[in-house]
Design a protein around this ligand. Structure first.
Ligand code: ADE
Ligand code: ZN
Length: 327
């Protein structure tokens, strides 16, 4: 359709995707064959089925299994090379990549090796693919406040070029955003942007906590905010954008079906919304597909989709030159 052609040609930024979750099927198959005892299928069709998630906790267990296959700095560079190639295909000029250093360390990568790999991968993304990358170092809520402190230690101590923010992923059930306030306070004091996940699988309370306790400047997902008009007003008034990932929400069953997705409610309330893929390799999506599902399911046309792209460019922690090029 003409909308598909418009989206494909549109220069875009992508503000929410995870390093390990972005690995293509081919990349993960190669890693799985290299670590045949890792519990990840080495057959393509089986891997596809492995990526069928019953619910959000199931998704996280699969994610952690794949994470453990990424054991060297060279693996990280391979992931970034593949990711940048995919982004270039979709006309994505700038992306902020969520990297979970503590999980990489648990898979056997030293922090020095990780920092060096990110530097190499970032250069390669720019020179080979024409894609700029920024880093969000995200804590995994499963690993508690101590894991978040370790994440901030890495972000501040190594501060690889392109570091823009501190994040918080993993579960929201049984663990609260507010528990991570001290780590976020330290990161923000060191000049990092606060961009936690919140309100992915739960309601407005955790989004409020992200805003008030973690000083969130942007929020990963945040769709739980749609249940609270006062919160939506707050996000709109303070210009706190949501990185909405509709296909992720379907795949993890965070929403039951696309008709039930709160994106139109958020947009109607004036909340700044941008689109992202979250874990494109695992969710079988790409950024164009996220735009197109909004066209197909919500009737958004070229003006609305262009506004979503501009919201992303305004919310990106990239150079002004790059932002102006995309705007
Ligand atoms: N880690 C990887 N993908 C994630 C998601 N969608 N939510 C929380 N943590 C994640
Ligand atoms: Zn995410």
């Amino acid at each position: 359709s003409s909308v598909a052609a418009f989206v494909a040609a549109l220069p875009k930024v992508e503000l929410h995707l995870h390093l390990v979750g972005s690995a293509s099927l081919d990349t993960v198959l190669a890693l799985a064959r290299h670590h045949p005892d890792g519990g990840v299928p080495t057959d393509r069709d089986e891997l596809r089925r492995f990526y069928t998630f019953t619910d959000f906790p199931h998704f996280l267990t699969v994610y952690h299994r794949v994470n453990l296959l990424v054991t060297t700095g060279a693996d990280v560079v391979t992931l970034l090379d593949g990711l940048a190639g995919e982004l270039a295909t979709r006309n994505v000029r700038y992306a902020e990549v969520q990297v979970t250093p503590v999980r990489n360390r648990m898979a056997g990568i030293s922090y020095a090796d990780l920092a060096a790999a990110l530097a190499d991968g970032r250069t390669l993304a720019r020179e080979r693919h024409g894609v700029q990358l920024g880093w969000v170092f995200d804590a995994d809520a499963t690993l508690g406040p101590a894991g978040a402190e370790e994440t901030v230690d890495f972000a501040i101590g190594h501060r690889p070029e392109g570091t823009v923010g501190i994040g918080l992923g993993g579960p929201e059930v049984g663990v609260h955003r507010a528990d991570f306030a001290p780590a976020f306070r330290r990161a923000v004091a060191a000049g990092l942007h606060s961009v936690p996940h919140a309100g992915e699988t739960v309601g407005p309370d955790e989004v409020w906590a992200a805003v008030t306790e973690l000083r969130a400047e942007r929020i990963g997902h945040g769709i739980g905010a749609a249940g609270d008009p006062r919160l939506m007003e707050h996000l709109a008034e303070h210009g706190i954008p949501l990185e909405v990932c509709p296909i992720s929400n379907l795949r993890t069953a965070a929403v039951p079906d696309i008709a039930a997705h709160p994106l139109p409610t958020l947009v109607a309330a004036g909340v700044p919304v941008t689109l992202a893929t979250d874990d494109p390799g695992m969710f079988h999506t790409d950024l164009d597909a996220e735009y197109l599902i909004c066209h197909e399911a919500f009737g958004m046309g070229v003006p609305e989709l262009a506004e979503i792209a501009r919201t992303g460019a305004r919310a990106a922690y990239c150079s002004r030159e790059l932002r102006d090029e995309v705007l």
